[in-house]
Design a protein. Structure first.
Length: 95
């Protein structure tokens, strides 16, 4: 990260984890955010990240998320899963 960031000033960084590699993305983002919150300006800044086919329980990973990420993740999950499948879900449970 530091070498590339040093050569490409102002470049945006994107991080993708595939299968069990997605665990690195989740853990890394949390560690980098914590470092920045503690005043470490050298912590990597990631513009966006994606976890593709994670091989573990994401619910456990997202529990410690703080605002605004918890709200963003919840809104995205509602939009992607609940809103798009409302008809099917209401047939199962009308309430």
């Amino acid at each position: 990260y530091n070498v590339v960031a040093g050569r490409l000033k102002g470049a945006l960084f994107f991080w993708v984890g595939l299968s069990s590699g997605s665990k690195l993305v989740i853990e890394g983002l949390g560690k980098f955010d914590k470092r920045r919150a503690e005043g470490d300006a050298s912590a990597p800044r990631i513009a966006a990240a994606a976890c593709i086919c994670p091989g573990y329980n994401l619910e456990t990973c997202f529990k410690p998320f703080q605002w605004p990420f918890s709200k963003i993740c919840l809104a995205s999950a509602k939009d992607v899963f609940v809103a798009r499948n409302e008809e099917v879900l209401r047939r199962h449970d009308p309430q």
